[in-house]
Design a binder for this molecule. Structure first.
Ligand SMILES: N[C@@H](CCC(=O)N[C@@H](CS)C(=O)NCC(=O)O)C(=O)O
Length: 136
């Protein structure tokens, strides 16, 4: 059985989809509408992830894995492409984990979460835009 990625176009689950493509990891894609939390095939995202967020992977054994950072690490661990995989005992694994954590916490949540969200005020967006160069 193939793992399933619950995916909303242009949301952060795209990173998991891209990693799977690059690492040649087969995935079924379950499309959903992030605004309404409805799955294309019917049903609610809340029934899969009570937070109502992507990324979510349903693994081959039926287990659910949330958090994009963790999903990315799972994908690389399953890749048949030697250069794409990192052994957890290889120091390079921790460099990979570091960059994934950086993207999740410093870029995704601190910058993109605010700049691209309609509910944030212009003052807040300007403040974040000022901080962004330091992160990049
Ligand atoms: N901690 C989660 C956050 C994921 C997240 O913020 N996903 C956004 C899309 S990029 C989402 O689902 N937003 C809908 C919502 O929060 O209701 C992760 O890193 O995967």
């Amino acid at each position: 059985m193939t793992a399933t990625l619950y995916h909303a176009p242009l949301a952060c689950s795209l990173a998991v989809r891209m990693a799977a493509a690059e690492g040649h990891v087969p995935l079924d894609i379950a499309y959903l509408n992030l605004r309404t939390k409805t799955l294309e095939t019917g049903g609610s995202l809340y029934d899969i992830n009570p937070l109502g967020q992507v990324s979510v992977l349903r693994l081959e054994d039926g287990g659910i894995l949330t958090e994009t950072s963790t999903a990315l690490l799972w994908i690389q661990s399953r890749s048949p492409v030697a250069w794409f995989r990192r052994d957890p005992f290889d120091p390079a694994f921790f460099q990979l984990a570091r960059w994934i954590a950086f993207c999740a916490t410093e870029l995704h949540k601190q910058i993109f979460r605010i700049v691209f969200y309609p509910e944030a005020s212009d003052t807040m967006k300007d403040r974040i835009r000022d901080l962004a160069p330091l992160r990049f």
